[in-house]
Design a protein around this ligand. Structure first.
Ligand SMILES: N[C@@H](CCC(=O)N[C@@H](CS)C(=O)NCC(=O)O)C(=O)O
Length: 233
């Protein structure tokens, strides 16, 4: 169960006014049904916020510092990283599990195909995106955000591996609007969330030799849900 001792000011709905809140640490109360705890520029947090916005579920983004984890997050335990979702008394950590929870708990505006084969395909693509790209982005996040001194050689090597893995994704997207079927799915959300962080952390863009992936990326970027949330300065 999470703490009920929070006593700070209320924040307006993100969906209503598109505001991004800088949430001070300390006890506070909120009228939002859901709070998403995340680190700024974290691709996994971005993945969760895109899903919430696509499903039109009002939530409050709460940015925390890795060095000063808020007590309510600490209370959930060491696996409660960015993102962790608080939905009333339910706490869910890990972006994959957050996405699955949202589909289970809020099936309206589905982000998974209806049929079993389509769902399996979306899940396999999510798993592939995580293995081929997410794992590499993890290294880049650690090198650029968390380590006191960047290992530039390692960063260059990982970027080159990540870019090499884009060839198959480009091929998959040839002649397609979305990764699976004719609607946006969690596979699109998962793949897309890699790129803003990759660009933000290292300045790397999708190469022009990957035109289908680039066109898909442009379409995804045009969706209001894809904007990268940031704390207000
Ligand atoms: N597999 C997890 C990864 C979450 C993760 O490692 N998030 C990073 C930031 S991108 C984090 O919170 N790191 C803080 C820490 O390790 O203490 C997910 O998909 O949610």
């Amino acid at each position: 169960m999470r703490s009920t001792s929070r006593t700070a000011k209320k924040a307006p709905s993100l969906l209503k006014n598109q505001a991004i809140q800088l949430i001070p640490f300390g006890p506070r109360v909120t009228s939002f049904a859901m709070q998403l705890y995340l680190l700024h520029r974290c691709p996994f947090g971005h993945r969760a916020s895109i899903a919430l916005l696509e499903k039109q579920l009002p939530f409050e983004p709460i940015f925390f510092s890795r060095a000063q984890r808020p007590p309510e997050l600490e209370a959930v335990g060491p696996y409660a990283k960015s993102p962790t979702l608080f939905d009333g008394d339910v706490q869910v950590w890990d972006s994959q599990i957050v996405l699955e929870y949202l589909e289970d708990r809020y099936p309206e505006r589905p982000l998974m195909p209806r049929d079993g084969a389509g769902r399996a395909e979306a899940r396999m693509l999510e798993a592939r995106a995580d293995k081929e790209l997410g794992s590499k982005l993890d290294v880049l996040v650690a090198e650029t955000l968390f380590k006191p001194k960047r290992d530039e050689a390692k960063i260059a090597e990982v970027i080159s591996e990540l870019l090499a893995a884009l060839k198959d994704w480009d091929h998959h997207l040839e002649g397609r609007t979305f990764l699976v079927g004719d609607a946006l799915s969690l596979a699109d959300v998962t793949l897309y969330s890699i790129f803003p962080s990759l660009h933000g952390l290292t300045g790397t863009e999708i190469p022009s030799q990957r035109p289908h992936l680039r066109a898909w990326h442009e379409r995804m970027t045009a969706r209001p849900s894809s904007r990268l949330l940031a704390p207000q300065s």
